[in-house]
Each structure stands twice: as structure tokens, then as C-alpha cells.
Design a protein around this ligand. Structure first.
Ligand code: FAD
Length: 310
């Protein structure tokens, strides 16, 4: 059995593991894929103190740091269920897909999130070759170029405003007949000279030359006409889905499915903490996830020293 068992091996889980292990308590980490979303990232240029690195290189560094402290690492395993301890201070059960059960006095949930895809031809092929999901991360790569944003909710409109200050032009495509973002954001967007907005626009395909994307095709859902845009990049902004399917009914989730936490990463279950993209903490970024993971581990340690075994 573990004192702390961390579920998820992205930046949040790795930071939690390092902080927990450094307290000298028995720490385990179970992850489907160590590194999490950073394994899908080409360049990382905003992890402070690291000018520039690549996703898989960053993920390998996370794993090396965790291994250095002798943490028990279980990868390629998916958690199917969490069962809370029967009494405070008791053991929670973490059930894996393969049926194995891991016991721990405290659990840190760090299962991250995934960007919702548009599911059109070319999207997968040109991922990281023009198709992007994070304006804070990849916006500067498109400086002086033409890009599109797909999605006219708050995140899409915020992304378009953000990008308009960096790139040459932004075309925003919204499937519905109007933008769904807050009026103040829509007004701001409309005031920007290098932004074009198309509503009723259904994206059909991301086009490219086999190496990188060069544009997209969309259909006007009212007139039926098809259009082609020449673009260096497209930001897909139709939602970030937290990986909490296995937790439904176990603890409190927001209406978006995020784990609700307080400032100390407590969830609604005693002895269960959460950190990173899977939680209600705003701004889904590596450095934020890592900071939250550290905080969750310190809170778990605090819980362990204050809660005697039953
Ligand atoms: P994740 O990285 O999502 O890790 C989740 C972990 O949980 C993984 O190990 C996963 O395998 C595991 N897991 C999930 N479900 C289960 C389960 N049921 N059982 C077991 N394990 C499970 N941020 C930046 O700061 N800078 C960037 O440049 C940047 N670029 C990005 C580019 C792309 C393409 C993407 C997708 C994201 C980018 N981000 C960037 C965002 C950043 O990657 C995330 O904010 C960060 O990885 C979140 O860390 P996390 O640990 O909370 O979750």
C-alpha cells in the first residue's frame, strides 16, 4: 500500500510525485502514458527557465526526475475506478482496467484533459504542422501569418483576440448562426481590423501539401457554397474535455466535468486531492499544472500527518 498514490503522469502528476517522495513517504504513480499532453507537443517555449524544448524531451525529463526519487512508476495502465476510504485515514482503493487494486491512504488525481477535435480530414495529419489547439503556446509560431480559429464560444473568441495581436490576420469560423461568446468579447473582436468572422461556417477539411497545412475548406450552411481559405495555421477551440469519466458519481465535478477543488487542491472527498488540467483551476498550462501538482502533494502530506489511521 501507498501513502500517496498519484493517478496521471503529466506535469501535474510528476510534480506531485517529486514533492511527495521528497517527504520520504511511500509514493506511487500510475499513468496510461507518462508525459501526458506534452507527448503531443512539438515545441515548448513557455516553461519558465527553459527557453525552448520539445514535448517528448520534456516528458522524458519529467520521468527521470520522478525516477530519481525512487517513486513506484506504473505506466500503460488505465484507472477504471476510485473507491474512497471507508473511514478518514483509511485506505482508498484504485481499481485498474485489468482488475488489479492499488491501496493508498491518500490519492492525487492528475488525469488531465484532451482537446475536442473537429474530426475532419487533415486534422490528425496536420496536427502540430499547422493544426494547433493552444493560442498561449503556439500563437507566436504564426507571427506575421494568416490563421483561422474554429469555434465562436468564449475560448474561440478569446483565442482570436489574442492571436490578432500576433499574427497577420485571423478568420474566425463558427458553425452556429451567431457567436456564443460574451458580448464584451465579441465587441472587442469586431473592433479589430485584421479579423474576419464567418458564422454558419462548417469546416470540411484541413488541406496541406503532405508536410504542413496550407488552408481549409468550409461550407456556408445557409447558401451551401463552399469556400477555401489559404492559411498557415488553424486553432481548434471547440472545448477541452477533462478526463473524469471514471470519476462520475464518486466526487464533485463542475458542469464541465472538471474536478472541483479549493485553493489547496482538496476535492469533495477526504484524502483525495486533484491537480492540473483535470480540475477547475483556470488556464491550462504546463507550468500551472506543475505548480498545482506540487501543491496537491503538500496538501496530501498535511492530511497524512493530521489524520491518524483508524
Ligand atoms: P496531462 O498532461 O493531460 O496528463 C494526464 C495524465 O493522466 C497522462 O499521464 C495520462 O496518460 C493520464 N491519464 C488520464 N486518464 C487516466 C486514467 N483513467 N488512468 C490512468 N492514467 C490516466 N502548455 C504549455 O504550457 N506550453 C505549451 O507549449 C503547450 N503546448 C501544448 C500543445 C498541445 C498540442 C497540447 C495538447 C497541449 C499543450 N499545452 C501546453 C498544455 C499542457 O500540455 C497541459 O496544460 C499539461 O500537460 C497539463 O498537465 P496535466 O498533468 O494536468 O495533464
Amino acid at each position: 500500500p501507498y501513502e500517496v498514490l498519484i493517478i496521471g503522469g503529466g506535469p501535474a502528476g510528476a510534480a506531485a510525485a517529486v514533492y511527495a517522495a521528497r517527504k520520504g513517504i511511500r509514493t506511487g504513480i500510475v499513468a496510461e502514458r507518462f508525459g501526458g499532453q506534452t507527448m503531443d507537443t512539438l515545441g515548448i517555449e513557455n516553461f519558465i527557465s527553459v527557453l525552448e524544448t520539445e514535448g517528448p524531451k520534456f516528458a522524458a525529463a519529467l520521468e527521470a526526475h520522478v525516477r530519481h526519487y525512487g517513486v513506484d512508476i506504473i505506466t500503460l495502465q488505465r484507472v477504471a475506478k476510485l473507491e474512497a476510504a471507508a473511514q478518514p485515514g483509511g485506505y482508498a482503493s484504485v481499481v485498474l482496467d485489468n482488475g488489479a487494486v492499488l491501496k493508498a491512504r491518500s490519492v492525487i488525481l492528475a488525469t488531465g484533459a484532451r482537446w475536442r477535435n473537429i474530426n475532419v480530414p487533415g486534422e490528425q495529419e496536420y496536427k502540430t504542422k499547422g493544426v494547433a489547439y493552444c493560442p498561449h503556446c503556439d500563437g507566436p509560431l504564426f507571427k506575421g501569418k494568416d490563421v483561422a480559429v474554429i469555434g465562436g464560444g468564449n475560448s474561440g473568441v478569446e483565442a482570436a483576440i489574442d492571436l490578432a495581436g500576433v499574427v497577420k490576420s485571423v478568420t474566425l469560423l463558427e458553425f452556429a448562426d451567431q457567436l456564443r461568446a460574451d458580448a464584451v468579447l465579441v465587441d472587442k473582436l469586431k473592433s479589430m481590423p485584421n479579423v474576419t468572422i464567418h458564422t454558419n461556417a462548417q469546416t470540411l477539411e484541413v488541406t496541406g501539401d503532405g508536410q504542413k497545412m496550407n488552408g481549409l475548406r468550409y461550407k456556408d450552411r445557409v447558401g451551401g457554397a463552399e469556400h477555401k481559405l489559404d492559411l498557415a495555421g488553424v486553432f481548434v477551440q471547440i472545448g477541452l474535455v477533462p478526463n473524469t469519466e471514471f470519476l462520475k458519481g464518486t466526487l464533485e465535478l463542475s458542469k464541465f466535468g472538471e474536478i472541483i477543488i479549493d485553493a489547496k487542491c482538496h476535492t469533495s472527498l477526504a484524502g483525495v486531492f486533484a491537480a492540473g488540467d483535470v480540475t477547475t483551476v483556470p488556464y491550462k498550462q504546463i507550468i500551472i499544472a506543475a505548480g498545482e501538482g506540487s501543491k496537491a502533494a503538500l496538501s496530501a502530506f498535511d492530511y497524512l500527518i493530521r489524520t491518524p489511521a483508524p
